[in-house]
Design a protein around this ligand. Structure first.
Ligand SMILES: Cc1cc2nc3c(=O)[nH]c(=O)nc-3n(C[C@H](O)[C@H](O)[C@H](O)COP(=O)(O)O)c2cc1C
Length: 223
């Protein structure tokens, strides 16, 4: 294992003890921050639409995503960025919001995302994209959360229509959309109840509740 700082390559064995303990401290701190970030990183579907998300911010998020794992290290994903009102208005009607909230048609004008990153698979590089796009989508929303923004990964997309309005060439498969903006929604995590219902729901104050299965249900021990 080597730790790289900039272009300098420092084998762990050459690091002195105190430096190693500093790294340990940093890593412990980073673990705590990651847990907090993951817990805070809820899917958000209502935004302060007039809070602009600059194109540079979207580029930073893609720059973060490009360091993630990729099957065979093929890195076949490409990204279409939208941070302007005109393009956002073309994208929005082609996304489906919160399927379980059947009486909610999605965010109204004023609460719509300020930006989108559409994740594309480049079929000149790979035929299928495995779970690469899930990994990069999650990295993008975590990166956004760190910047006090929030996002929602969206797979329910009218793909043909979106391709048409954005003139996306046929070589790119439309994989996911990530909607981004300044969050206006309060989201609460709860534990899935005895009835096993995993559907998210909203109370009369529009607080959004997301049931998560408890840890003991997730670990499989056949023996
Ligand atoms: C692959 C994937 C596809 C999703 N597609 C949609 C979607 O089409 N529309 C939507 O509103 N939310 C979508 N979501 C968000 C999920 O509904 C959300 O992750 C889930 O309700 C749990 O909430 P949480 O992200 O706050 O934990 C998607 C999430 C993932 C990971």
């Amino acid at each position: 294992m080597k730790i790289y700082f900039g272009s300098e390559r420092i084998p762990c064995s050459l690091l002195n003890e105190s430096f190693n303990s500093l790294i340990d401290d940093m890593q412990e701190g980073r673990d705590m921050m990651l847990r907090e970030l993951v817990l805070k990183n809820r899917s958000c579907r209502r935004f302060y639409e007039d809070h602009a998300v600059e194109r540079g911010t979207l580029e930073e998020l893609v720059d973060l995503a490009r360091y993630t794992a990729s099957a065979g290290n093929l890195q076949p994903l490409k990204y279409l960025l939208s941070s302007d009102r005109r393009k956002n208005e073309l994208i929005f009607p082609n996304l489906a919001w919160a399927g379980y909230l059947t009486d909610w048609p999605g965010p109204p004008p004023g609460e719509r995302p300020s930006a989108y990153i559409i994740i594309l698979g480049d079929t000149d590089i790979a035929r299928s994209f495995g779970c690469d796009h899930g990994i990069t989508a999650q990295t993008i929303v975590l990166g956004a959360r760190e910047k006090e923004l929030a996002g929602c990964i969206i797979a329910s997309i009218k793909r043909d229509e979106l391709r048409g309005v954005l003139r996306i060439p046929g070589r790119y498969e439309i994989l996911l959309a990530v909607a981004l903006g300044k969050p206006k929604e309060e989201v609460v995590i709860e534990t899935v109840g005895a009835d096993g219902d995993i559907k998210y729901w909203r109370d009369t104050g529009a607080v959004h509740y997301v049931p998560k299965r408890p840890l003991e249900e997730l670990i499989v021990e056949p023996l």
